[in-house]
Design a protein around this ligand. Sequence first.
Ligand code: SDX
Length: 397
Amino acid sequence: ATNKFTYDPGFMSTAACNSTITYIDGDKGELLYRGYPIEQLAVNCDFLETCYLLLNGELPNAQQKKTFVDTVTNHTMVHEQMQFFFRGFRRDAHPMSVLVGTVGALSSFYHDSLDINDPHHREVSAIRLIAKLPTLVAMSYKYSIGQPFIYPRNDLSYSANFMRMMFSTPCAEYEVNDVLVRALDRILILHADHEQNASTSTVRLAGSSGANPFACIAAGIACLWGPAHGGANEAALNMLEDIQKQGGVERIGEFIAKVKDKNSNVKLMGFGHRVYKNYDPRAKLMRETCHEVLTELGLHDDPLFKLAMALEKIALEDDYFVQRKLYPNVDFYSGIVQRALGIPVSLFTGIFAMARTVGWIAQWNEMISDPEQKIGRPRQLYVGAAKRDVPSMDKRK
Ligand code: SDX
């Protein structure tokens, strides 16, 4: 017999916390970081300015920006022993498995000297994580292709440093292309924070026990990996490539029919959202960035971009999607941009993690610095067996 509860889905969607960092209006398709619209930040700021804003609540002035950038830049190297962690992974290990492992391993270099109740220690941890994620993501890529690790340089911007660590070799320097570097910077801004999404809630819950921030961010990376969350950009690009292989635009109708067939379990990856029931504002900016990058590279006829726009147009006119308020989300175009930047599909979610680290750590810091905060302890609605006695073996069915 089970308890006579009637499950109320709304029960589990009660507000998780108060926060001053990011505001989303899902019906209007509005996203604000510390009150600033994402559309203005994406055009007027760079990623490290956005990091400063998310961490401190205000945009930096020129001096504050210079100090912050210099501090982050001077923490981009990882401990020399970090390289040995990579050797334990298979060369074809998914970069997210490598990131979960290596970011978690950062704890072993800083944990003992870290008091999370000390605001300065929290600030240094934030800087270290923001600074070292690009280095670890690039190292995971170099390891997967059998090339030597490339050290960061202090004379390059955050995103240019990452592109160089990814694509330079000891034999040939990567030639920084400002349009591509700007595109990466915008991708990072658009992914930086998104209030209480699954991975941020994971970081908050892990952090509420007093676990060190490096371990908490590793937990967030593990959650982000899922295809329903950060893994959707990789899944969306693979979906577009599959449709392209099967005939491209002419086969969209067949694909949409499959999505509508409940038994197929096929989803339109990069569409739909737990909160946005309107167009994800980040998707619009990502589509513009896509067009800019492809034009810069002379790829404006890129078949995947054309396929994505055709798929979006058809889906937005189709009752199945309109009735369910399914619109493109941040992941729908980001894969095409990243592919044009030369980033391998398997690393797309790693780039998302690189960007989201500042949001995770800002949210973690907001929680830890709240004197009222207690360990998280979500409750449940028990709908299992009613209380009963244990039968002897001979009486069991
Ligand atoms: C991110 O939370 C965040 O903020 C996340 C994120 C962030 O920045 O942190 O924004 C990043 O994770 C974006 C989402 C990336 N995921 C994908 O693109 C994967 C594909 N999308 C789906 O898996 C889905 O849309 C979810 C998981 C994102 C949301 O799923 P829900 O909550 O079930 O969506 P819903 O309740 O609005 O669904 C309503 C209906 C359902 O069908 P019915 O049962 O009503 O018949 O729409 C269907 C869903 O099955 N549906 C889809 C669909 N998404 C929802 N059908 C086809 N394709 C889809 N993509």
